[in-house]
Design a protein around this ligand. Structure first.
Ligand code: CAA
Length: 381
C-alpha cells in the first residue's frame, strides 16, 4: 500500500480545495443558520464530478478511486461539514449500491443523473423503531401483480427534504427477519411518497434531515435493487463504504477546526506574547495534528481495502470510529484555544464543534462500531 498520493489525486485535492475555499466557504455560515440546501453550488460540484467521484464516466461519474473520494469529502468538510455529508450520502449511500447491485437499465435510469449531480439521492433505512437495530425495520413491500406496494415510515433521512431519488428498504415478510428486507430505488415524486419538514438539529443544518412516509406506494419490480431478501446485505455493504465517507468528513471537520485554531493562536496575544508561545497551546496543537494524521491514514487504509478486498467492514468501522472520536477531541481543543471567543458565533470554531458531534452518531454509532470491530477480532482469533 502506498501512503503517498498520486499526481492525479494531488491535482484533484488541490482543485477541490480551491472550489471549497472560493465557492463553499463563503456560504457555510449562512446555510448553517438558514438550513437552506445549497442547490447552486451542488450543481457546480456535480459538473466537477463530485457527486459520483468513484462512478465510471460511462455512468455519469468522475471514474476515480476510493481514496480520491475521501479527498473530496475531506476538502469540502474542511470548510462546510453539511456540504460534505450531502455529497457523501449521494456518492456512497446511493450511487455506490446502484453501481454494485444495479441492472444496466437501473444504471442508465438512476445512476447516471445521480452521479452527474443532476439529481440528488437519499438512503431510507432508519425507522422510529429501527435505528442501530436496522434489521428490525417494519416498512413492508407487498407483491402486487408485476410490482410491489410499499407502506411504512422512515426517520432521520439525510437529504430527505431535497432528494429526487430514495433508496428505500422494506420487508417482503417480517417473519423472515433480515432475510426479508428488500431494496428499492424510488423517485420521490412517486404517488404515495411524502416527506416531513426539517428536523431542527445541533449541526449539519443544510442537509435536510426529515421523516418519510410511504402510503400505498406502488413501485414496479424494475425498481427493485438486487434480489428479494437481499436488501439487508445491500444496506450493510453500502454502509461499509458510507462509513469511510463519514470518516473522511470527520477528518475534514477536524482539519478545518485545527486551521482556525492555529490562525487564532498566532494572532491572539496574552501576557504580551502570542498564544503560540505558550507550551500548553503548543501541546494542544501537537496532539491535534498527530491525531488528525492517524485518522487520515486509517481512512485512506479503509479506502484502500475497499478497492482491494471484497469485505472491508473492519477497516471501515475502525476508520469511522477513530476519526469521529478524534474530531470530538480536536474540535474541543480548537474551541478551547479560542477561549471565550470560541463560544460565540463570531468565530467558525463553534460550528465545527457542533458539526463534529454527528459523526459519532450517523452511519452507525461509535458503540455499534466497537461491536463490529470486536466481532471481527473474535472471529479471527
Ligand atoms: N456486508 C455484507 N453483509 C453483511 C454485513 C456487511 N457489512 N454485515 C452483516 N452482513 C450480513 C451477515 O453476514 C448476515 O448474513 P446471513 O444472513 O448470511 O447470516 C446478515 O447480514 C445479518 O448480520 P448480523 O447478524 O451481523 O446483523 P445484525 O442484525 O446483528 O446487525 C449491525 C448488525 C452491525 C448492528 C447492523 O444492524 C448495523 O450496522 N447497525 C447500524 C445501522 C446504521 O448504521 N444505520 C445508519 C443509517 S444510515 C445513515 O445514518 C445515513 C446518514 O444519515 C448520513
Amino acid at each position: 500500500m502506498r501512503i503517498e498520493l498520486t499526481e492525479e489525486q494531488r491535482m484533484l485535492r488541490d482543485e477541490v480545495r480551491r472550489f471549497a475555499d472560493e465557492v463553499v466557504r463563503p456560504r457555510a455560515t449562512e446555510i448553517d443558520r438558514s438550513g437552506e440546501f445549497p442547490r447552486d453550488y451542488y450543481d457546480q460540484a456535480g459538473a466537477m464530478g463530485l457527486a459520483g467521484v468513484a462512478v465510471p464516466e460511462e455512468y455519469g461519474g468522475a471514474g476515480m478511486d476510493a481514496i480520491s473520494y475521501c479527498l473530496v469529502i475531506e476538502e469540502i468538510s474542511r470548510v462546510c461539514a453539511t456540504s460534505g455529508v450531502i455529497l457523501s450520502v449521494n456518492n456512497s449511500l446511493v450511487c455506490d449500491p446502484i453501481l454494485k447491485f444495479g441492472s444496466e437499465e437501473q444504471k442508465m435510469e438512476f445512476l447516471k443523473p445521480l452521479a452527474a449531480g443532476e439529481k440528488l439521492g437519499c438512503f431510507a433505512l432508519t425507522e422510529p423503531g429501527a435505528g442501530s437495530d436496522a434489521a428490525a425495520l417494519r416498512s413492508t413491500a407487498r407483491r402486487d401483480g408485476d410490482g410491489y406496494v410499499i407502506d411504512g415510515n422512515k426517520v432521520f433521512i439525510t437529504n430527505g427534504t431535497d432528494a429526487d431519488v430514495a433508496l428505500v428498504f422494506a420487508t417482503v415478510d417480517p417473519a423472515l427477519k433480515h432475510r426479508g428486507i428488500t431494496a428499492f430505488l424510488v423517485p420521490t415524486d412517486t404517488p404515495g411518497f411524502s416527506h416531513g419538514g426539517h428536523e431542527y438539529k445541533l449541526g449539519v443544518n443544510a442537509s435536510g434531515t426529515t421523516e418519510l412516509a410511504f402510503e400505498g406506494m406502488r413501485v414496479p419490480a424494475a425498481w427493485r435493487l438486487g434480489e428479494e431478501g437481499e436488501g439487508f446485505k445491500v444496506a450493510m455493504s453500502t454502509l461499509d463504504g458510507g462509513r469511510i465517507g463519514i470518516a473522511a468528513q470527520a477528518v475534514g471537520i477536524a482539519q478545518g477546526a485545527m486551521e482556525e485554531a492555529l490562525q487564532y493562536a498566532k494572532d491572539r496575544e496574552q501576557f504580551g506574547r502570542p498564544l503560540t508561545a505558550f507550551q500548553a497551546i503548543q501541546h494542544y496543537l501537537a496532539d491535534m495534528s498527530m491525531e488528525l494524521d492517524a485518522a487520515r491514514l486509517l481512512t485512506w487504509k479503509a479506502a484502500w481495502a475497499k478497492t482491494h478486498r471484497k469485505r472491508y467492514s473492519l477497516e471501515a468501522a475502525q476508520a469511522k470510529l477513530y476519526s469521529a472520536e478524534m474530531a470530538q477531541r480536536v474540535t474541543t481543543k480548537a474551541l478551547q484555544i479560542h477561549g471565550g471567543y470560541g463560544y460565540t458565533k463570531e468565530y467558525n470554531v463553534e460550528r465545527y464543534f457542533r458539526d463534529a458531534r454527528i459523526t459519532e452518531i450517523y452511519e452507525g454509532t461509535s458503540e455499534i462500531h466497537k461491536m463490529v470491530i470486536a466481532d471481527w477480532i473474535l472471529k479471527a482469533s
